[in-house]
Write a protein that binds this ligand. Structure first.
Ligand SMILES: Cc1cc2nc3c(=O)[nH]c(=O)nc-3n(C[C@H](O)[C@H](O)[C@H](O)COP(=O)(O)OP(=O)(O)OC[C@H]3O[C@@H](n4cnc5c(N)ncnc54)[C@H](O)[C@@H]3O)c2cc1C
Length: 451
């Protein structure tokens, strides 16, 4: 198979990355071989491919769509995500087109509170906003720049298994003509998002006892709100038309800095309204109650349709490694149950998968390599297991509107408590040498039994 993309150096130079094998008996087959295949070029897949390529692995990144492409998301990046961008060598300056934010504005219970991102050694003190239209394109280009080979318009339809049921490659359909193709490698990473077609083909279904959310979002032109330097989060959504009735979700409003805002809301499966609500109507109901000068009540200001998707949370698909297949990001249900952010966890798990792949592939195939690969789910649980356990409990609690109302009413008026809550919800602490809040949160996540 020939390569459609031009691999280039990290500075965009343009040198081929795959060494030409010396003596090819069957070029058509051997050209498809790589050390690892990564399925899906979202943030998780591109991060995995970038770090693998940086570790010297020959990596194929397969993506069913073509960049740039729209992706349903809030487009909000906390300092945790910024850290991962820095680790991929991305220039996150305002000059490079990034909208910077200073923190989170929380609105609810009649209170409006601005909380700056914490000052930490481990994370920067700012967040970012950037549409996924070019965010994902940019990350895929970083992976290609590091040496990964990207094939777009390749829709992976299933795994190729060896006689023992181990994944040794993937089957796919390429291009508009859906030409059948096959790629082979000793290791495959599923970074195929919430649908998780590849893990599903191995029988890895979502766990019904772990949280999931549904969220919708829409872009609007809003000169009044587009340059907001805080991410805004609404803990209570009300419909004026329905007599100020409380709606069952949580909303956001993020300025994009280009005259537009990303506005959306999410509902958790712990809420009685989950699956029984017209989410699109709920969004417009909420927005009709916002000030007229924001422009969100006027259909003429809408920049595109209302689109929605699911948020798989708290490890809702496991195991994260089995039979030659590693799960990264949404494919492994890694959205943070506390705040619905999934991008940093996708990128972090992608980086971890790359580190473990490097060690594993340096060993001969067999039990020794397998031992190295089995470290991946163990390390994921060690990093996030306790935190996600607390998050899963949190989701169950706030699914009850009375608990949410009580927490909003009694929590929001206390800024110190809310600074603690921000650190907890955004998972932003220093593991060592932090302040008292960091120590409490770190201790809580350590004692909570890992999911
Ligand atoms: C409405 C909404 C708002 C959100 N807001 C935020 C937010 O503000 N901040 C945040 O951090 N997170 C947010 N999230 C969560 C975030 O979008 C995801 O957690 C994140 O995109 C996960 O990244 P990923 O790489 O694992 O998967 P994805 O981003 O879903 O990428 C998967 C990729 O795989 C490709 N693919 C899928 N199947 C195949 C196949 N068979 N063959 C080849 N390619 C395939 C897809 O085309 C896609 O490019 C939001 C989610 C929703 C639904």
């Amino acid at each position: 198979m020939t390569d459609h993309s031009t691999p280039s150096t990290p500075d965009g130079g343009g040198s081929a990355t795959f060494e030409e094998p010396a003596a090819l008996e069957d070029p058509a087959t051997l050209e498809d071989e790589a050390d690892a295949i990564v399925v899906g070029a979202g943030p998780g897949g591109s991060a995995a491919a970038y770090h693998m390529a940086r570790h010297g692995l020959r990596v194929l990144l397969l993506e069913k769509s073509e960049f740039p492409r729209e992706k349903v998301c809030g487009d909000g990046l906390t300092p945790r995500a910024v850290r991962q961008l820095v680790r991929m060598g991305v220039d996150t300056s305002a000059k490079a087109g990034w909208m910077h934010n200073r923190g989170l504005r929380v609105i609810g219970g009649g209170v409006r509170l601005e909380l700056d991102w914490p000052e930490l050694a481990s994370y920067p003190n700012h967040g970012l906003v950037r549409t996924r239209l070019d965010f994902d394109d940019l990350l895929a280009k970083r992976a290609v720049g590091a040496g990964a080979v990207l094939h777009t318009l390749v829709n992976v339809t299933g795994p190729v298994l060896d006689g023992e049921g181990r994944v040794v490659g993937v089957r796919a359909e390429r291009g508009a003509g859906r030409e059948p193709v096959e790629f082979r490698a000793p290791l495959t990473v599923a970074a195929d998002g919430v649908s998780g077609r590849l893990p599903l083909a191995l029988g890895l279904t979502k766990r019904a006892d772990r949280p999931i959310g549904v969220a919708v979002r829409r872009y609007y032109h809003s000169a009044a709100r587009a340059d907001d330097d805080y991410l805004e989060s609404w803990l209570e959504l009300r419909s004026r038309e329905a007599g100020d009735r409380l709606l069952p979700g949580y909303g956001w409003l993020f300025g994009l800095g280009d005259g537009r805002v990303n506005v959306g809301l999410g509902v958790l499966n712990s809420s009685a309204a989950f699956g029984r609500t017209n989410y699109r109507k709920m969004l417009t109901d909420w927005l009709r109650g916002t000030p007229a000068d924001w422009g969100l009540t006027d259909e003429a200001n809408a920049a595109g349709p209302i689109l929605g998707a699911a948020l798989p949370m708290g490890f809702n698909r496991v195991p994260h490694y089995t039979r030659g297949l590693m799960l990264v990001g949404d494919s492994g249900g890694m959205v943070n149950p506390f705040n619905g952010e999934g991008i940093p966890y996708a990128m972090e798990s992608g980086e971890l998968a790359a580190e473990i792949a490097q060690q594993a592939l340096a060993r001969p195939p067999g039990p020794d390599r397998e031992r190295a690969l089995r470290a991946y789910p163990i390390e994921l649980r060690a990093r996030y297991g306790g935190y996600f356990r607390l998050g899963n409990v949190f989701v169950n609690l706030i699914g009850n509107p009375q608990v949410m109302r009580f927490a909003t009413k009694h929590g929001l008026p206390h800024p110190t408590l809310m600074r603690f809550v921000l650190k907890l919800l955004a998972n932003l602490t220093d593991p060592r040498g932090g302040d008292a809040m960091d120590r409490v949160i770190n201790a809580l996540t350590r004692v909570a039994p890992a999911v």
